[in-house]
Design a protein around this ligand. Sequence first.
Ligand SMILES: Nc1ncnc2c1ncn2[C@@H]1O[C@H](COP(=O)(O)OP(=O)(O)OP(=O)(O)O)[C@@H](O)[C@H]1O
Ligand SMILES: O=C(O)c1ccc[n+]([C@@H]2O[C@H](COP(=O)([O-])O)[C@@H](O)[C@H]2O)c1
Length: 224
Amino acid sequence: MGGTFDPIHHGHLVAASEVSDRFGLDEVIFVPTGQPWQKAGKEVSPAEDRYLMTVIATASNPGFSVSRVDVDREKATYTVDTLRDLRAQNPDADLYFITGADALETILSWQDWEELFRLAKFVGVSRPGFELGIEHLAEHLTGQPKDALTLVEIPALAISSTECRRRASENRPVWYLVPDGVVQYISKRNLYRPLDAERLDGAVTVSQPAPDKSHIQPQNRENT
Ligand SMILES: Nc1ncnc2c1ncn2[C@@H]1O[C@H](COP(=O)(O)OP(=O)(O)OP(=O)(O)O)[C@@H](O)[C@H]1O
Ligand SMILES: O=C(O)c1ccc[n+]([C@@H]2O[C@H](COP(=O)([O-])O)[C@@H](O)[C@H]2O)c1
């Protein structure tokens, strides 16, 4: 499953889990983009932060892993390259590429899109606010195997990374929209920092009070 994951949220994780169950996948590989060319001009967090948040979010699931192929490639991220690299690393695997309804809508604008269906089977998942359809692709799928593209309804989670970033920048909670470790990573790295930095600094001070040392004996204090 490819994505910018800025930050990764429970919508991504539910999509991966549902598709894994539906297709009996051995593993779901999350592939954070390196340089998402269709988001050029928009502010995107450093690839290393997005990669680490993805590692944190998936660490507890033995069926999930994270690949650096896109993060380490020193050029714009194209799915055609992602799939070629994953194919080279997994020559005997059946590859599936999981994509949400919104991304599927734009697939004909992707680099070398004609090649994509030769490299992997595609799975399009439902997403609130977007039509899950293949009308725009129908003529391009003729001649392809029936399972070249499958549409899957998943439990609806109206979560987006955009909304998570907005909330974080307004100092509103992202708890339960993203995994707990990702909430903590966003705070630790000051990602999506509010414009009003003073307000954030205040909030950090309040949420991270100095440790209570009143239980430490006076002689111990002298030793520290
Ligand atoms: N809530 C969701 N339900 C189903 N699929 C989703 C959901 N959120 C994202 N996806 C899919 O996950 C993939 C990666 O998405 P991406 O990292 O761009 O997240 P996003 O929430 O769409 O981000 P942004 O709001 O910054 O555009 C895409 O294929 C996208 O369609
Ligand atoms: O290959 C392309 O040209 C292309 C263009 C836009 C998006 N994609 C892929 O679609 C996935 C979701 O992208 P995004 O930007 O919505 O996070 C991710 O794996 C991207 O690399 C791929």
